[in-house]
Design a protein around this ligand. Structure first.
Ligand code: TPP
Length: 375
């Protein structure tokens, strides 16, 4: 019997799909792996970017399809309406709809559950895919999308792909460490530690500082390594850790450390310019660069190949940039006094630690952090 991934891919092939553009969700990681192998793959840094690239692909007469998480639709709406819809360009969007089936992450509920209403309000047609039988809706709709220049969203329930990924899908390629930029090699800074190991090592230096931590495994790992009332765990909102930390640092005197990730920084790099502009001396951006979207299954990000986050931070105007990897370098960097915003680029190897979920309610997290900020 064919896997659901295989069935869906067969339909896409039959309909002569040319390009797939992806930003991962762990609920469809098997499907992502499959489409990547079968079609020309464009890995995205932000979902909105994919709408633009798809428009270009469609203008060139080819057939694009995007694979994203429901949260990513929030990053796409303007471009979908003012570009794809406005110019009547075709786009099939396959959305991993969170918040509707065995959801463990509460922050996925607001966007995931409202998604049909949001699409309706935006005038974007959609079909719900609850079981494999619903794939016939994909078969029915695809010809119209590409023939008549329409946008159509397919809302994929995690139930459809439940359980199959782990058995059927070969290992995802891990971060191509050897492909890291020459600058890394020249400075002999090679990743040695996982994110979890790094967090354990820096934990004593986080004491009583305000910590804003990246979503997913980074927050869960920090919670298990060192919980303190001044930790603000991002439970959703990819790309927003650094902006939140910047906001706190310009509105208070407290020392703030943002623990961010390469995928999240690539999703919203412009905020580094704003940080450089204000250059708060109480702000540290600690970028754990494991060359992958760790929380969704270690799909490689482009820092594993062409992007050097140290140079990115410098290019956006941050003057205090340090690239570190081993324990001694990590600690020295954190202990060093700083007079302006600093960017500590911590190279890491991929992999998550199997840690329990965060047991605090999100409003409790807020209350604890606000309590510290008021004091
Ligand atoms: C807008 C949006 N798109 C996609 C996701 C799914 N997602 C959650 S965490 C994550 C990976 C984050 O990667 P990175 O910032 O590099 O941190 P890492 O887990 O590797 O430490 C992704 C893609 C999301 N939550 N929101």
């Amino acid at each position: 019997m064919q896997s659901p991934e295989g069935e869906l891919i067969a339909i896409l092939k039959k309909n002569k799909m040319d390009f797939v553009l992806t930003l991962p969700c762990e609920k469809i990681r098997g499907l992502l792996y499959g489409v990547q192998k079968e079609f020309f793959h464009v890995p995205l840094t932000r979902e909105e970017e994919g709408v633009g690239i798809s428009a270009g692909i469609a203008l060139a007469g080819k057939r694009p399809a995007m694979f994203v998480q429901s949260s990513g639709i929030g990053n796409m709406i303007n471009a979908l309406l003012s570009l794809t819809g406005f110019y009547e360009l075709p786009l099939a969007i396959f959305i991993s709809q969170r918040g509707i089936y065995k959801e463990k992450i509460a922050a996925q509920l607001p966007m995931g559950r409202r998604l049909p209403h949001i699409l309706k309000g935006a005038g974007i047609a959609y079909s719900t895919i609850r079981t494999k039988k619903d794939f016939r809706k994909v078969e029915e709709r695809l010809p119209d999308i590409y023939k008549n220049g329409r946008i159509h969203a397919f809302l994929l329930s995690p139930a459809v792909f439940e359980g199959v990924c782990d058995t059927d899908i070969p290992e995802l390629p891990s971060c191509p460490v050897s492909g890291r930029t020459e600058a890394h090699v020249a400075r002999k800074v090679k990743p040695q530690l996982t994110r979890f190991e790094i967090l354990k090592m820096i934990a004593p230096y986080l004491n009583s500082k305000v910590i804003v931590c990246n979503l997913g495994f980074p927050s869960k790992e920090l919670f298990s390594v060192k919980h303190q009332p001044s930790n603000f765990y991002m439970l959703g909102s990819m790309g927003m850790a650094t902006p939140v930390g910047l906001g706190i640092s310009i509105a208070s005197d407290k020392e703030v450390i943002v623990i961010d990730g390469d995928g999240s920084i690539l999703m919203n790099p412009g905020t580094l310019a704003t940080a450089a502009h204000f250059s708060p001396k109480n702000l540290t951006i600690f970028a754990v660069d494991n060359g992958s979207y760790g929380s969704t299954g270690d799909q490689p990000t482009l820092t594993g190949s062409c992007v050097d986050l140290s140079l990115v931070a410098q290019g956006f105007g941050i003057r205090d940039v340090q690239r570190v990897a081993g324990k001694r370098q990590l600690i020295t960097a954190l202990k060093k006094p700083h007079k302006r915003v600093r960017f500590i680029h911590a190279l890491a190897i991929p992999r998550n630690k199997d840690v329990p979920p965060i047991t605090l309610h999100h409003l409790e997290i807020k209350k604890q952090v606000m309590g510290v900020l008021e004091s």
